[in-house]
Design a protein around this ligand. Sequence first.
Ligand code: G1P
Length: 888
Amino acid sequence: MAHSLWKFIDDRGTFTSDDAHRINTLYFPLCNASGIMSSVSPDLHGDIKTDFNSFLLEPVSRVLLNNLRSSRNFWVHIGPKKIWSAAGVSKEPNRLEDKFQMEAGLLWHKITRRNKKIGLKAEITSFVPAGKEPVEIMRVDITNISSRPVKFIPTAAIPLFARSAHNLHDHRHVTSLLQRVKTTKSGVIITPTLVFDETGHRKNLNSYFVCGFDEKYGPAQRVFPTQEGFTGEGFDLEAPEAVFKNLPPPGNVQGKEPMGAFRFRSRILKPKESAHYTLVMGIVNDRAGIPGICAKFNDKTKTEKALMENRSFWQDRISSIRINTGDRNFDNWVKWVNTQPALRKIFGCSFLPDFDYGKGGKGWRDLWQDCLSLILNDPEEVRPLLMNNFRGVRVDGSNATIIGKDPGEFIADRNNISRVWMDHGVWPLLTTQLYMHQTGDLGILLEETDYFRDHQLSRSGEIDTRWKPEDGKSLKAKNKEVYKGTILEHILIQNLVQFFNVGPHNHIRLEGADWNDGLDMAPEYGESVAFSCMYAQNLMSLSEIIERLPVKEISVLKELGLLLEIITPMDYSDMGAKNKILREYFQSACRQVSGEKISLKKTDLIDDLKKKAGWISAHIRQKEWLPEGFFNGYYNNDKERVEGRVRGVVRMTLTGQVFPVMSAIAGDAQIKQLFASCRKYLKDKKLKGFHLNTDFKDEQLNLGRAFSFIYGDKENGAFFNHMIVMFAYALYKQGFAGEGYEVLDSIYRMALNTKNSKIYPCLPEYFNAEGRGMYSYLTGSASWFMLTLVTQVFGVRGEYGDFLIEPKLSGDQFRNDDTLSISANFAGKDIQVKFINPLKKDFAVYSIKNAVLNGKQIAKNLKTPRLLIPRGTLLASSGAITLEITLD
Ligand code: G1P
């Protein structure tokens, strides 16, 4: 294998690879907003679906990616010994002589195979049109690369599944009996009679289809609508008898495993001449629409146009953030990272081959964090999304766990297990705060919306057996009307409830788990010091935000008064008293609320929040700094401290360090020390990345499943990018730019080290102990990476609506050029900020000296780390804006 798996070939993120077909775990995402989601591997394996119950091609996970029943193929039959698969999936040895290349960009995929012996070159381009059509297009171009005419019979072959992923094993055969096939002039349409579900069968509304077109001769001569009719008794899709023996389709086609195979008219190509075929594969509700959809893609000109539109659509989507660092690989790689949050918006956390646990939807914390980068790209688009998300908050401060695709589609838990995650209350404020800073729209806090209500009460401590789905999913007041509270009230509840929800060491209880889903075995007495830090930060941020609100009084739900010292006197060091207050609050509010509001003096509320924040911070500072030189982040279900030296083994988590730094609970000296400890205990000597934790050498059945995973994978010590990137963010935030850069850069280096990472350009969820990238594309780390890069490294962000520039660039980042630039969308303007650093100085020594806006000097001879430009100044400039910042 060449030393790099792929290389970028332009400045639009396009890359090529000569070796991708040697790695069986590689896949590429294709999708559009209509809900079509595909994965495509270098030999065109991978599935196509719209949701868990609607798979056009058989569902695949990472280890089954080369499953033949989910492979798109195109056969060329020249003679009995000259049979060739243009996708490279064949029992015939001819393919071993193929010269392979793949090329991909935002968001299309092309493979080229040339075979001198066969005398042909095949280019197969796959994409999902950017419009509303729920289809994947596969365009096949066959060219004669020999010096003689080549005659061949072309056959397209798409094995279909056409049902729910549930039926992969469950009632696989029975569900094939439901398949009803209709062959049309240009294709195959499968409309199963039922959605097979023993809890209640339903009439199936989906139609699954494949249509095929020969550019020259139109529809196929023969259509094979079943797999067995195509393969013969061998059932071998790598040696189908329809191709190998040139057999005709069988008569009986109903109630079988379906197929979309088309034998087109035989063709003679002169040297250099090409033949073009198009396959349109899709899932629709109304099969009457299929001819109309296919008519949009039935020739090369149309697919070419659709492909161009697809390219511009994805380029546009990420165009608001553009960087120029003089490192072309980095700039291109960032384009892919910036695309990832948009991919997770479409795929959720489930629908690519690594995500075999998923049934669709996405989790609460993922939903909020994906919004971070969406806000950076286009804050206006995100406002309704934020408003809607708050409707998932329960009055006990917990929330619906899974969020479906439609607004207001909240589900308590995908597996009907009653549990809550203690960190969930943290994320909404972080995201809303970014939104408010970018837009200056503090008014969102005073908008009102519902609360979520279901059978779980008191943070799942109680189940309301009398509650029925027909009661509706909104909390009601005594008068039976749906109760609405402000967004501010929702946030207050999320954070105040947690202040009282403490365990034996007076830190916030771990409950079902925190950010680390793998810490799920300490529900009674476990505590997360790490996320207690974040609640302290949130309470402090809230006090600052409220200070800015242009009101004197804040009106909140009456019951909330129970959690405020101004109304209920309390002693914060008394855990018992805290728990009692919480119980009283739950009893008064969980089933239904009074509906009455009380008015609080803004200053009283601010004092209360500050006091609570200060109390948590001091408590952690005092109790949780360890002699080993880092913070303890957890207590287990046996009430024991988790981190520190245990029987000679140093137990340390990265999470336990990230949040004291982010929340400024750690002082500067502690940050230095804990960073040194991270280097010593967590930084991998060989791969240079930061592990999520040290090897505890023992299972932790009183803490969580994570420690039962092999060390170095997933939540047990992998290079878990989400936490690593949040570490970088925290370090930058506190002015430790050199350290932040070291951490952030480690991720990029590992991703680009394709000898180990074996992934396409993207930021995966984590790298395993061998440095292999796992779970490509769908990860919250992408959003945080963009947030860190834009708002911390380049330091370009909003501050209550004004434009702040506070670059934290290291001298090393200027190694290729003395000018770096970033373009970002702010106040509806496309703003390019250029950082000119003639002496290539480091953040530690430079300050902002001069600032020039659209050629006009706006600041001169400064010596400041940060420059705030009023929003009004930007709004007054017409067109795009260029800002030149000189650093010295
Ligand atoms: C995933 C989950 C995220 C969770 C994390 C750690 O991370 O999506 O909610 O906090 O594992 O358990 P991601 O894939 O977003 O990087």
